[in-house]
Design a protein around this ligand. Structure first.
Ligand SMILES: C[S@@+](CC[C@H](N)C(=O)[O-])C[C@H]1O[C@@H](n2cnc3c(N)ncnc32)[C@H](O)[C@@H]1O
Length: 303
């Protein structure tokens, strides 16, 4: 997985689109000289606060509290469009977000039903679950959680909320778990809680994660300099599918209608795929079991 940090140009300009706790930013900074520059993004005010404090003495780093779907605009404001040597996107939620019960992402530790990465705006999971139409809830559970029992789970949530308020993540996890047939629960992989898929679905919906990934990929590719690379680490198949399609399409020759006085082979494709997707090795998995489903894909701007 460390492939993303190979070939860093010491005086280059880089973007860490998902700062988190700055692990990747630190690794990039270690390879930059005094001329090098790093712009980091995170939509989570806690991540940004932590980063600005921890890296207060680091003049080469600027941290933006911003969704990475704005990456092209922010880079344009800096006057750096097409001057970026590399963008890294490490998608999804961070370990601190998952581990802090107060953020509401965890079904293992009970906390308020929030699930927003950007706590400064938007609707919480609690607010949404209190008002969502049953059919829309079924859709979200199916689409973003690929949940087989979406209808049963949605019915259980709606029936509960008609009688009482759904209190916290523990309460929601129990309602979901009770809605799944006992037999099916035995066949769900051992490391997975029966509410895993539903929590993933609600979180993706609340944070509009897949839309942000689509916009972020486009923006990130557009700001790269010639030879600049976009490295994306995804954690589940829904994200990876978007990354894979985006990189495949942008690095393929366009299909031309017949009869044009141009040959497809004469069209220069501005991007190329770099290598095959990379998955975590055994040593990395031992140190970080959450990397189990991670996949790294890399794209390079050629012209
Ligand atoms: C998997 S963690 C990144 C961990 C980071 N690479 C590190 O070394 O600590 C993902 C981070 O990206 C942030 N994030 C996710 N989607 C985002 C988006 N659309 N815009 C900005 N930040 C986002 C999350 O808030 C979280 O802090």
């Amino acid at each position: 997985m460390r492939r993303w940090s190979r070939n860093i140009r010491p005086s280059g300009i880089y973007i860490d689109a998902t700062f988190g706790r700055g692990g990747h930013s630190r690794a990039i900074l270690q390879q930059l000289d005094e001329q090098g520059r790093l712009i980091a993004f995170d939509q989570d005010p806690e991540a940004v606060g932590y980063g600005r404090e921890q890296f207060a003495d680091e003049p080469r780093l600027t941290i933006e509290h911003c969704n990475f779907n704005q990456v092209a605009d922010v880079v344009e404001q800096y006057g750096l469009t097409k001057k970026i040597d590399g963008v890294l996107m490490d998608l999804g939620v961070s370990s601190p977000q998952l581990d802090d019960a107060e953020r509401g992402f965890s079904f293992l530790r009970s906390g308020p039903l929030d699930m927003r990465m950007d706590t400064s705006r938007g609707e919480t999971a609690r607010e949404w679950l209190a008002r969502v139409k049953p059919a829309d809830l079924v859709n979200v559970l199916k689409r973003y959680g690929e949940e087989k029992f979406a209808k049963r789970i949605a019915t259980a949530i709606v029936e509960t909320r008609e009688q009482r308020e759904i209190e916290d993540t523990g309460d929601l996890a129990e309602i979901i778990s009770n809605a799944i047939p006992v037999k099916a629960k035995y066949t769900i992989a051992r490391h997975k809680h029966p509410a895993t898929r539903s929590f993933q679905a609600i979180r993706i919906f609340i944070n509009e994660e897949l839309q942000a990934v689509e916009q972020g990929l486009k923006g990130a590719a557009s700001v790269l300099a010639k030879g600049g690379r976009l490295s994306v680490i995804s954690f589940h198949s829904l994200e990876d599918r978007i990354v894979k399609r985006f990189m495949r399409d942008i690095s393929s020759r366009p299909k031309l209608p017949a009869g044009l006085p141009v040959m497809e082979a004469d069209i220069e494709v501005p991007y190329r795929l770099v290598g095959k997707p990379v998955v975590a090795g055994e040593a990395e998995l031992e140190a970080n079991p959450r990397a189990r489903s991670a996949r790294l894909r890399v794209l390079e701007r050629r012209i």
